[in-house]
Design a protein around this ligand. Structure first.
Ligand code: UDX
Length: 449
């Protein structure tokens, strides 16, 4: 069955969701206040880098199933299913989430809802937000209680956004259990193709659905900081964290995924989500439950400092005047997102200590330049590394993992490589005459296979 859907917000989440809902056969209107973004999307251009999304966008624009607008009136008239996919960034100078954009969608949309409608929130919000928004939407809407609001958290990863949206691990839906509306029935229609594939469909209350998302991200962040804490102990004891991760990861109860030690997590989700989670727990009087997340955050930030320390050591004790190349700027590969990017943070710290830093990233150059205009930027790996004293690999793009150390060795001044993501083949680099340092790994010995 075809639904008429509006998706508010056309960022990483909203644009992907809009295009994928059209891919499922629905008629979709993407809504945003940013005219520049809308113009790009209307012409088939994705305003950020996300593998596979351009094809889905083009196909559905052409089929006439997907359109874009800045008009809430058009959206309210066209659709009876509304998804909120706007951002919930960290408030300036605070841990809490800034809910301005989510609130504003409800404040602008609800007064226009004269007919029965269902609003699904997808943005990551502090627990309790959905209940508040549901009451406000019903209060503002002329259709009153014929407007239902449910929470349908999104778990997509950047770089895999299309696949994660069309083949999610689970669909979670939070509804008001006391006053159930049409949300469950409508969600079944919207996601009927996914649910036919027997993807688990978990219907729960609003608070639990909100918490599923925040606790999943808190768990993932904790897993990364756990292995990074082990990396610190490995550094102190001469052990190798990559072998340790492989070995403990074989235990199915632990699992190998998200146990890659390195310069830690960044991006638009994990860092701000764990902070907003702590802030919300504090408001609820449950702050003690999440004090460990402060340590998760601390461990994560310490890894960045450790990388700077290694660079300083590699430059002979001072970075003043050293030439440092940084390969990678995005917070992770297959993305151009530099929000809270560990790579750029490390590059910035090294520059502050007096080094000349040149950065190269396959996709994130424009975003990096906007955020860190004072760093030097190159247009290729070889250009970035020309004359370098130290090379840092800080985002594990495939093209960096597969770099040929013999070729790179011909352009640098010093053959020193620091692997901030433990993504290089240590033996290969050492055989090519490079001094290799990874995080959580012994300083000089070749790794025994
Ligand atoms: C995350 C969640 O995975 C996703 O479910 C949620 O919807 C949004 O937040 P994303 O931010 O796209 O997704 O990236 P993710 O792949 O989770 O990586 C987050 C950060 O952790 C990156 O900086 C990555 O480099 C780092 N990371 C990941 C590690 O340092 N080690 C690992 O083992 C895994």
């Amino acid at each position: 069955m075809t639904c008429r859907i509006a998706v508010f917000g056309t960022g990483y989440l909203g644009a992907t969701h809009a295009a994928c809902m059209a891919e499922l056969g629905h008629e979709v209107l993407g809504v945003d206040v940013d005219a520049g973004k809308l113009a790009k999307l209307e012409s088939g251009e994705v305003p950020f880098y996300e593998p596979g999304l351009t094809e889905v966008l083009e196909r559905n624009l052409e089929a006439g199933r997907l359109r874009f607008t800045s008009s809430y009136a058009d959206a309210a008239e066209f659709a009876d299913v509304h998804f909120i996919g706007v951002g919930t960034p960290q408030k300036k100078g605070e841990f809490a989430a800034d809910l301005t954009y989510v609130d504003s969608v409800i404040d602008q949309l609800a007064p226009l809802l004269t007919e029965p409608a269902v609003i699904f929130g997808k943005s990551t919000v502090p627990v309790g937000t959905a209940e508040r928004l549901r009451a406000r939407a019903r209060q503002l809407a002329p259709a009153g209680d014929d407007v239902d609001l449910a929470w349908n958290p999104e778990f997509l990863r950047e770089g895999y956004a299309v696949r994660d949206t069309l083949h999610p691990d689970r669909v979670v839906l939070g509804v008001d259990r006391a006053l159930p509306g049409r949300a469950v029935e409508v969600a079944r229609e919207v996601y009927s193709q996914l649910l036919d594939e027997e993807i688990p469909f978990i219907v729960t209350d609003l608070a639990t659905a909100e918490l599923v998302k925040t606790s999943a991200n808190a768990f993932l962040a904790t897993k990364i900081s756990f292995i990074n804490a082990m990396a610190e102990v490995c550094e102190a004891s001469g052990a190798d964290v990559t072998v340790l991760a492989d070995a403990i990861g074989h235990d199915a109860r632990i699992g190998r995924r998200f146990l890659n030690a390195g310069i830690g997590f960044g991006g638009g989700c994990l860092p701000k989500d764990i902070r907003a989670f702590m802030a919300r727990a504090g408001e609820l009087g449950a702050d003690q439950a999440l004090t460990f997340l402060r340590e998760v955050d601390n461990i994560n930030m310490r890894r960045r400092s450790r990388m700077v320390e290694l660079a300083r050591d590699a430059a002979g004790g001072s970075l003043l005047g050293a030439r440092v190349s940084v390969l990678g700027a995005a917070f992770k590969p297959d993305s151009d997102d530099v929000r809270d990017s560990p790579a750029l943070n490390v590059a910035g710290q090294i520059q502050l200590q007096g080094a000349a830093v040149t950065v190269y990233d396959p996709q994130a150059m424009d975003n990096s330049r906007r955020l860190f205009p004072t760093l030097n930027y190159a247009t290729s790996t070889l250009e970035a590394c020309a004359g370098a004293d130290v090379v840092l690999v800080l985002t594990e793009w495939k093209e960096f993992r597969e770099l040929n150390p013999d070729v790179l060795g011909t352009v640098v001044r010093g053959k020193v490589v620091l692997d901030g993501r433990n993504c290089l083949d240590v033996d290969r680099w050492r055989t090519a005459g490079w001094q290799y340092r990874g995080l959580g790994r012994a300083a000089s010995e070749a790794v025994v296979g």
